[in-house]
Design a binder for this molecule. Structure first.
Ligand SMILES: NC(=O)c1ccc[n+]([C@@H]2O[C@H](COP(=O)([O-])OP(=O)(O)OC[C@H]3O[C@@H](n4cnc5c(N)ncnc54)[C@H](O)[C@@H]3O)[C@@H](O)[C@H]2O)c1
Length: 409
């Protein structure tokens, strides 16, 4: 078997390498020369656990060929699209990357091939792609050309383990597409679950909507607790303690390249417009809530005050900066004319050393719950305001100073 993977981003590259590692001949298509150069030099452009060694192994095997030309993908039996699917700001999926690549492939698609959407898409997109190809090339999708959605639900830094263990959802168009796509993804050994394209699309976006919504509740509670001068972590403990029916997570800045936009693929045609938008607004309000809290505790103005923001990536122990709320927090602080220092142990560009960031800071905000930040408490002078919505330091308060905590304890 051979396969082409179009779009060697954070999803496409580990997938292409994993296919090659299972013995398939792989054509990797990527428009960014910088990515192709790094791959050719044997350096992973993104951090993903275990993939550096995998890349080296695959390059040695000679089973990965890379190209910038989309049409080259047509040499493969299976073509998997791992392109970006952002959202327009007015809440509508931006399918331009997919449409562009399908347009490029149209003249070169041939009988018996499969085209598989691995990208996250709005319900109906897979059927649209199938209809678009039928309209323009006259194939009967499901009989002589195969189109399916096989969504990616793997968490960053867990790719190599979860590709082989997470049930693989396959939504094929027409009679034969599901079986054809399964033939490819079965090489990973995980259970393959066949469904319709729309159900596969819904399952993927609602996996993320569920998480996004669940995390909004502790954030809303954190902001509500502040109104009443209550301690959110004590309330959360009261809710969860020995209670047998579910629980609530801790608050924290929640965004990232997936959660921040996947809800819009439901919201764009929602039966209850605004509900998921409200969930998003809760998360998007947290940076402003933290800035207001800082301001009121630092005498009403942040002008010329030094504030250190710790953690720039959107996720714990990751190097992924895309759609991180840390940058929104920094921008809001800068709009208060504060001097903002930034530190992230996983980021090399735009990150100050920890000591430099902390030196002279009147407040320290833990924006990402990286491991290692537990040690912070011992490093801060008594009167520095610590802002830790995650409670990663164990301070037990969203806003507190060492002095205040000592007075209570
Ligand atoms: N990152 C994740 O953790 C994750 C998880 C699950 C699902 N997804 C979904 O998977 C999809 C891909 O996500 P990603 O994070 O890998 O995105 P990405 O932006 O990192 O990767 C997309 C890649 O496609 C390339 N590309 C775009 N147009 C091209 C063209 N015409 N020819 C060749 N290459 C082209 C881009 O240069 C980029 O490298 C998205 O739909 C995303 O929502 C992502």
């Amino acid at each position: 078997m051979n396969v082409a993977v179009v779009g060697l981003g954070r999803v496409g590259l580990p997938l292409a390498l994993s296919f090659a590692d299972r013995g398939l001949d792989v054509i990797g298509v990527e428009r960014e020369s910088a990515v192709l150069e790094q791959v050719a030099a044997g350096r992973m452009p993104y951090r993903e656990t275990g993939t550096q060694e995998l890349l080296e192994r695959v390059l040695e095997s000679g089973r990965l060929e890379t190209t910038r030309t989309v049409q080259d993908a047509a040499a493969a039996d299976h073509i998997v699209l791992t392109l970006g699917t952002p959202a327009h700001v007015h809440i509508e999926i931006d399918m331009s990357q997919i449409q562009q690549v399908v347009d490029d492939l149209l003249p070169v698609l041939r009988d018996g091939q499969s085209l598989i959407l691995r990208s996250t898409v709005a319900p109906g997109t897979t059927d649209w792609v199938a209809g678009y190809i039928e309209q323009r090339r006259g194939f009967r999708v499901g009989e002589d050309l195969f189109v399916a959605h096989v969504p990616e639900r793997i968490a960053e830094n867990h790719f190599l383990e979860e590709i082989a263990t997470l049930p693989c959802i396959v939504g094929g168009v027409g009679e034969g597409s599901g079986a054809k796509a399964a033939e490819l993804f079965e090489v990973f050994g995980a259970e393959v679950v066949q469904t319709t394209p729309v159900q596969a699309e819904l399952a993927k976006i609602w996996t993320n909507i569920l998480r996004y919504t669940q995390f909004a509740l502790p954030n809303l509670l954190m902001m509500e607790a502040e109104q009443y001068d209550a301690n959110v972590f004590e309330v959360i403990d009261l809710i969860n303690r020995d209670y047998p029916r579910g629980g609530i997570a801790n608050p924290g800045l929640t965004a990232g390249a997936c959660l921040r936009k996947d809800f819009t693929f439901s919201e764009e045609r929602s039966s209850a417009p605004g509900m998921l938008l409200a969930v998003s607004r809760v998360h998007e309000t947290v940076p402003l809530f933290l800035v207001k809290g800082l301001k009121s505790r630092l005498g009403g103005s942040l002008r010329d005050r030094k504030i250190a923001v710790l953690g720039l990536t959107f996720k714990r122990d990751s190097d992924d900066l895309r759609d991180s709320l840390s940058f929104k927090l920094v921008r809001l602080l800068e709009r208060e004319l504060a001097h903002v220092a930034r530190h992230d142990p996983h980021v090399s560009v735009g990150s100050d050393p920890l000591d430099t960031a902390l030196e002279g800071a009147e407040a320290v905000v833990v924006a990402t719950n990286h491991s290692g930040f537990e040690e912070l408490l011992g490093r801060l002078p008594d009167d520095v305001l610590l802002v830790d919505p995650w409670n990663v330091t164990g301070s037990g308060r969203v806003f507190s100073t060492v002095r205040e905590r000592a007075a209570v304890e």
